[in-house]
Each structure stands twice: as structure tokens, then as C-alpha cells.
Design a protein around this ligand. Structure first.
Ligand code: HEC
Length: 148
């Protein structure tokens, strides 16, 4: 038993030497999405900004492998698909944003497990979606919605 614990400890220490996962840079905010109001922005900030903006918060555990690896991958992939801080640049993949929010696929479950304040209620999802479409974010789902 003691042996197993020691081996595990050594392993945990050894994986800290892997350089991946230490790049915790927040590039400058170039141009934000034109949020229609502060409420929408606040919801997005809570639920999306850690992976889809240049204003990622990096709590202490993001410095410790293997958590650091997962977070790094999420932030790199997330920013490359959708970055609210670099609006009007590159391709923003918003086509499925409505579905992803409504179905609770974004923010991802492994994230809301730890960040309970990122869990969105139905009302907050609707507010976010309405705000996004008011800002001109194209989503196949919100376009289908009939408002009459
Ligand atoms: C924990 C990190 C994380 C959070 C928080 C998060 N996302 Fe994502 N998101 C990702 C990753 C990683 C990808 C790329 C991989 C994928 O598509 O699953 C992604 C992809 C996307 C995409 C592109 C999907 C496609 O068509 O390829 C959209 C749109 C999106 N997210 C919207 C959101 C919105 C809106 C929120 C907040 C309500 C949010 N995400 C919160 C990590 C995150």
C-alpha cells in the first residue's frame, strides 16, 4: 500500500515536468463582440469567457498537471473556434451556437461540474441567445425561431 502511494506521488511529481499546459497567456482583447447590454455580457463572461475569450481566469489548479493539460487544450481549441475578444477576425464558428446552448453542450459538463456558477437556467439561456442574435451572431437555431 505504501509503495503504491509513493509510486503515485512520484508520478504526479514527474508529470509536472511536462512543459505543455503552462502557457497561461491572455492575449490582448482586440475587439469584443458588440454586446447589446451588460446582462448578456455578464452571462457569457460567467459561462463562456474562460474558453472563448482572451480573458481566461487561471485558478491555481490550472498550474498542476494533469488538470493543466485539459485546461490548456480547452482554451486553445475553444479560442480557435470562437473568440468573443477577437470579434470580426478569422472564422467564428457560431452556426450551432443556439443548439449548443439550449442542449446544455456549451459550457461543457466537465467545466460546469467545477464551475457551478457557469450553469445556465432556461431564462439565462434565452437571455444569452437573444443577446447574441441582437449582436448579429448568426445561429441556425435562433433564425428558425418564430417570434410572432
Ligand atoms: C471549458 C471550456 C469551454 C467553455 C466554458 C465553453 N466552451 Fe464552447 N467550446 C469549447 C471547446 C474545447 C470547443 C471546441 C471543441 C468542440 O467543438 O467541442 C468549443 C466549441 C464551441 C463552439 C463551436 C462549435 C462548432 O461548431 O465547432 C461554439 C459555438 C461554442 N463552443 C460556444 C460556447 C458558448 C456559447 C459557451 C458559453 C455558454 C461556451 N462555448 C463555453 C470549450 C468551452
Amino acid at each position: 500500500m505504501k509503495k503504491v502511494v509513493v509510486i503515485l506521488l512520484v508520478l504526479v511529481l514527474l508529470i509536472q515536468l511536462v512543459p505543455y499546459g503552462r502557457n497561461h497567456q491572455n492575449p490582448p482583447v482586440l475587439q469584443e463582440l458588440p454586446w447589446p447590454d451588460t446582462e448578456t455580457r455578464a452571462i457569457a463572461q460567467r459561462a463562456c469567457f474562460d474558453c472563448h475569450s482572451n480573458e481566461t481566469l487561471w485558478p491555481w489548479y490550472t498550474n498542476i498537471a494533469p488538470a493543466s493539460w485539459l485546461v490548456q487544450r480547452d482554451v486553445e481549441e475553444g479560442r480557435s473556434k470562437l473568440n468573443f475578444s477577437e470579434w470580426g477576425r478569422g472564422e467564428q464558428e457560431t452556426g450551432e451556437i443556439g443548439e449548443l446552448i439550449q442542449n446544455g453542450e456549451m459550457p461543457p459538463a466537465q467545466y460546469t461540474l467545477i464551475h457551478s456558477n457557469a450553469r445556465l437556467s432556461m431564462t439565462e439561456k434565452d437571455l444569452l441567445l437573444n443577446g447574441l442574435s441582437a449582436a448579429g451572431v448568426a445561429s441556425s437555431e435562433t433564425e428558425e425561431k418564430d417570434d410572432d
